[in-house]
Design a protein around this ligand. Structure first.
Ligand SMILES: O=C(CO)[C@H](O)[C@H](O)COP(=O)(O)O
Ligand SMILES: [Co+2]
Length: 226
Protein backbone atom coordinates (compact mmCIF):
# COMPACT_ATOMS: atom_id res chain seq x y z
CA UNK A 1 0.00 0.00 0.00
CA UNK A 2 1.22 3.51 -0.78
CA UNK A 3 1.88 5.79 2.22
CA UNK A 4 -1.10 7.67 3.61
CA UNK A 5 -0.94 11.48 3.68
CA UNK A 6 -3.35 14.08 5.05
CA UNK A 7 -3.23 17.38 3.13
CA UNK A 8 -4.95 20.44 4.59
CA UNK A 9 -6.26 22.81 1.91
CA UNK A 10 -5.32 26.36 2.90
CA UNK A 11 -8.52 27.55 1.23
CA UNK A 12 -10.07 27.06 4.68
CA UNK A 13 -7.15 28.52 6.68
CA UNK A 14 -7.07 31.88 8.44
CA UNK A 15 -5.86 34.09 5.57
CA UNK A 16 -5.16 37.05 7.83
CA UNK A 17 -2.47 34.89 9.47
CA UNK A 18 -1.64 32.48 6.68
CA UNK A 19 1.98 31.72 7.58
CA UNK A 20 1.06 31.05 11.17
CA UNK A 21 -1.90 28.82 10.12
CA UNK A 22 0.31 26.76 7.84
CA UNK A 23 3.02 26.29 10.47
CA UNK A 24 0.44 25.32 13.08
CA UNK A 25 -1.31 22.81 10.84
CA UNK A 26 2.03 21.14 10.02
CA UNK A 27 2.92 21.04 13.73
CA UNK A 28 -0.51 19.48 14.31
CA UNK A 29 0.37 16.49 12.11
CA UNK A 30 -0.41 17.42 8.51
CA UNK A 31 1.85 15.71 5.97
CA UNK A 32 1.68 17.96 2.89
CA UNK A 33 0.08 21.38 2.25
CA UNK A 34 -2.56 21.61 -0.51
CA UNK A 35 -2.78 24.96 -2.32
CA UNK A 36 -5.85 25.67 -4.48
CA UNK A 37 -5.23 28.12 -7.30
CA UNK A 38 -8.42 29.46 -8.94
CA UNK A 39 -8.71 31.95 -11.78
CA UNK A 40 -12.40 32.95 -11.94
CA UNK A 41 -12.51 31.48 -15.45
CA UNK A 42 -11.85 27.74 -15.29
CA UNK A 43 -13.74 27.73 -11.98
CA UNK A 44 -16.22 30.31 -10.65
CA UNK A 45 -13.97 31.60 -7.86
CA UNK A 46 -10.64 33.44 -7.51
CA UNK A 47 -8.05 32.50 -4.90
CA UNK A 48 -4.34 33.33 -5.28
CA UNK A 49 -1.34 33.02 -7.55
CA UNK A 50 2.36 32.11 -7.41
CA UNK A 51 3.23 34.88 -4.94
CA UNK A 52 1.15 33.19 -2.27
CA UNK A 53 2.87 29.85 -3.00
CA UNK A 54 6.23 31.61 -2.65
CA UNK A 55 5.18 33.19 0.64
CA UNK A 56 4.09 29.83 2.05
CA UNK A 57 7.29 28.22 0.74
CA UNK A 58 9.09 30.77 2.90
CA UNK A 59 7.53 29.59 6.15
CA UNK A 60 7.69 25.78 5.85
CA UNK A 61 9.84 22.94 4.54
CA UNK A 62 6.73 20.76 4.12
CA UNK A 63 5.91 19.55 0.62
CA UNK A 64 3.59 21.89 -1.31
CA UNK A 65 0.92 20.29 -3.50
CA UNK A 66 -0.34 22.93 -5.93
CA UNK A 67 -3.75 22.27 -7.50
CA UNK A 68 -4.10 24.50 -10.55
CA UNK A 69 -7.70 25.28 -11.48
CA UNK A 70 -6.72 27.74 -14.20
CA UNK A 71 -7.00 27.83 -17.98
CA UNK A 72 -4.94 28.17 -20.01
CA UNK A 73 -2.50 26.51 -17.61
CA UNK A 74 0.68 26.28 -19.70
CA UNK A 75 1.79 29.93 -19.38
CA UNK A 76 1.83 29.65 -15.56
CA UNK A 77 3.43 26.25 -14.87
CA UNK A 78 6.96 27.65 -14.64
CA UNK A 79 5.92 30.43 -12.25
CA UNK A 80 4.41 27.93 -9.82
CA UNK A 81 7.46 25.67 -10.10
CA UNK A 82 9.77 28.60 -9.34
CA UNK A 83 7.53 29.69 -6.47
CA UNK A 84 8.32 26.43 -4.68
CA UNK A 85 5.67 23.86 -5.62
CA UNK A 86 6.72 20.22 -5.19
CA UNK A 87 3.71 18.73 -6.97
CA UNK A 88 1.77 20.52 -9.72
CA UNK A 89 -1.63 19.12 -10.66
CA UNK A 90 -3.56 20.24 -13.72
CA UNK A 91 -6.96 19.50 -15.22
CA UNK A 92 -7.12 17.89 -18.69
CA UNK A 93 -9.65 20.55 -19.78
CA UNK A 94 -7.23 23.37 -18.94
CA UNK A 95 -4.91 23.14 -21.90
CA UNK A 96 -4.92 21.83 -25.42
CA UNK A 97 -2.12 19.28 -24.92
CA UNK A 98 -2.18 17.46 -21.59
CA UNK A 99 0.81 15.26 -22.45
CA UNK A 100 2.94 18.31 -23.26
CA UNK A 101 1.90 20.16 -20.07
CA UNK A 102 2.77 17.15 -17.91
CA UNK A 103 6.15 16.92 -19.63
CA UNK A 104 6.74 20.60 -18.86
CA UNK A 105 6.03 20.04 -15.16
CA UNK A 106 8.48 17.13 -14.96
CA UNK A 107 11.07 19.03 -16.99
CA UNK A 108 11.01 21.62 -14.20
CA UNK A 109 11.84 18.86 -11.70
CA UNK A 110 8.36 18.68 -10.17
CA UNK A 111 5.92 15.82 -9.65
CA UNK A 112 3.05 15.94 -12.14
CA UNK A 113 -0.60 15.28 -11.37
CA UNK A 114 -3.85 15.13 -13.32
CA UNK A 115 -7.14 16.14 -11.68
CA UNK A 116 -10.41 14.53 -12.73
CA UNK A 117 -13.59 16.57 -12.22
CA UNK A 118 -16.69 14.61 -11.18
CA UNK A 119 -17.87 14.47 -14.82
CA UNK A 120 -14.44 13.77 -16.34
CA UNK A 121 -14.00 10.10 -17.27
CA UNK A 122 -11.09 8.05 -15.97
CA UNK A 123 -10.14 7.41 -19.61
CA UNK A 124 -8.69 10.98 -19.64
CA UNK A 125 -5.53 9.57 -17.98
CA UNK A 126 -5.31 6.33 -19.97
CA UNK A 127 -2.66 7.56 -22.38
CA UNK A 128 -0.61 9.65 -19.95
CA UNK A 129 -0.03 7.03 -17.23
CA UNK A 130 3.71 7.12 -17.95
CA UNK A 131 3.81 10.91 -17.52
CA UNK A 132 2.16 11.26 -14.10
CA UNK A 133 3.05 10.84 -10.43
CA UNK A 134 -0.44 11.53 -9.09
CA UNK A 135 -4.12 11.30 -10.00
CA UNK A 136 -6.44 13.68 -8.15
CA UNK A 137 -10.06 12.53 -8.04
CA UNK A 138 -12.29 15.54 -7.37
CA UNK A 139 -15.11 14.55 -5.04
CA UNK A 140 -16.81 17.95 -5.46
CA UNK A 141 -17.03 20.26 -8.44
CA UNK A 142 -13.95 22.48 -8.23
CA UNK A 143 -14.20 26.09 -7.14
CA UNK A 144 -15.18 26.16 -3.49
CA UNK A 145 -14.36 24.58 -0.17
CA UNK A 146 -17.04 23.31 2.17
CA UNK A 147 -19.11 21.41 -0.39
CA UNK A 148 -20.78 18.02 0.10
CA UNK A 149 -18.89 14.88 -0.93
CA UNK A 150 -20.12 13.34 -4.22
CA UNK A 151 -20.49 9.60 -3.63
CA UNK A 152 -19.94 8.53 -7.24
CA UNK A 153 -16.29 9.46 -6.71
CA UNK A 154 -15.89 6.17 -4.80
CA UNK A 155 -16.49 4.17 -7.98
CA UNK A 156 -14.11 6.46 -9.82
CA UNK A 157 -11.41 5.91 -7.20
CA UNK A 158 -11.84 2.16 -7.65
CA UNK A 159 -11.31 2.52 -11.38
CA UNK A 160 -8.29 4.77 -10.95
CA UNK A 161 -6.79 2.25 -8.54
CA UNK A 162 -7.23 -0.53 -11.10
CA UNK A 163 -5.80 1.58 -13.91
CA UNK A 164 -2.73 2.69 -11.96
CA UNK A 165 -2.00 -0.66 -10.26
CA UNK A 166 1.71 -1.50 -10.21
CA UNK A 167 2.76 2.04 -11.13
CA UNK A 168 4.46 4.66 -8.97
CA UNK A 169 1.36 6.86 -8.84
CA UNK A 170 -0.38 8.31 -5.77
CA UNK A 171 -4.16 8.62 -5.69
CA UNK A 172 -5.44 11.85 -4.17
CA UNK A 173 -9.03 12.75 -3.34
CA UNK A 174 -10.23 16.33 -2.85
CA UNK A 175 -13.55 17.75 -1.71
CA UNK A 176 -15.85 17.04 1.22
CA UNK A 177 -13.34 14.85 3.04
CA UNK A 178 -14.18 14.52 6.74
CA UNK A 179 -13.67 11.91 9.45
CA UNK A 180 -16.86 10.34 8.05
CA UNK A 181 -15.88 10.16 4.37
CA UNK A 182 -12.14 9.48 4.93
CA UNK A 183 -12.69 5.77 5.53
CA UNK A 184 -14.77 5.42 2.38
CA UNK A 185 -12.19 7.04 0.11
CA UNK A 186 -9.23 5.27 1.71
CA UNK A 187 -11.09 1.97 1.28
CA UNK A 188 -11.61 2.81 -2.39
CA UNK A 189 -7.88 3.40 -2.95
CA UNK A 190 -7.08 7.03 -2.16
CA UNK A 191 -3.83 7.48 -0.20
CA UNK A 192 -3.56 11.31 -0.28
CA UNK A 193 -6.57 12.88 1.45
CA UNK A 194 -7.14 16.63 1.01
CA UNK A 195 -9.32 18.28 3.64
CA UNK A 196 -9.95 21.99 4.08
CA UNK A 197 -13.00 22.69 6.25
CA UNK A 198 -12.65 19.49 8.26
CA UNK A 199 -9.05 20.31 9.27
CA UNK A 200 -9.32 24.06 9.95
CA UNK A 201 -12.71 24.04 11.71
CA UNK A 202 -12.48 25.11 15.35
CA UNK A 203 -9.21 27.03 14.94
CA UNK A 204 -5.61 26.12 15.80
CA UNK A 205 -6.39 24.27 19.02
CA UNK A 206 -8.60 21.86 17.05
CA UNK A 207 -6.18 21.12 14.16
CA UNK A 208 -4.44 18.14 15.76
CA UNK A 209 -7.69 16.43 16.78
CA UNK A 210 -9.26 17.09 13.37
CA UNK A 211 -6.27 15.61 11.52
CA UNK A 212 -6.06 12.64 13.88
CA UNK A 213 -9.75 11.81 13.33
CA UNK A 214 -9.33 11.82 9.54
CA UNK A 215 -6.12 9.80 9.75
CA UNK A 216 -7.64 7.23 12.11
CA UNK A 217 -10.67 6.65 9.84
CA UNK A 218 -8.37 6.19 6.84
CA UNK A 219 -6.01 3.86 8.75
CA UNK A 220 -8.94 1.73 9.90
CA UNK A 221 -10.12 1.37 6.29
CA UNK A 222 -6.57 0.45 5.21
CA UNK A 223 -6.43 -2.24 7.91
CA UNK A 224 -3.59 -0.43 9.69
CA UNK A 225 -5.39 -0.24 13.04
CA UNK A 226 -7.06 -3.00 15.03
O1 LIG B 1 -9.94 21.94 -4.77
C1 LIG B 1 -10.74 22.34 -3.93
C2 LIG B 1 -11.98 23.03 -4.35
O2 LIG B 1 -11.97 23.22 -5.71
C3 LIG B 1 -10.42 22.18 -2.45
O3 LIG B 1 -9.15 21.54 -2.32
C4 LIG B 1 -11.44 21.40 -1.68
O4 LIG B 1 -12.74 21.78 -1.94
C5 LIG B 1 -11.12 21.36 -0.20
O5 LIG B 1 -12.09 21.90 0.60
P1 LIG B 1 -13.08 21.06 1.55
O6 LIG B 1 -12.26 20.00 2.22
O7 LIG B 1 -13.62 22.09 2.47
O8 LIG B 1 -14.13 20.43 0.64
CO1 LIG C 1 -7.90 21.26 -4.31
Amino acid sequence: MRPLAILPSVLAADWAHIGDSVQKVIAAGADIVHLDVMDGHFVPNISFGPDMVKAIRGVTDARLDVHLMIAPVDPYIEAFAKAGADVITIHPEAGPHLHRSLGAIRQLGKKAGVALNPATPVSAIEHVLGEIDLVLVMSVNPGFGGQAFIRSSLEKLDRVRAMTAGRDIDIEVDGGITAETAGLVAGAGANWLVAGSAVFKGGPTAYAGNIAAIRKAAQLARGELA
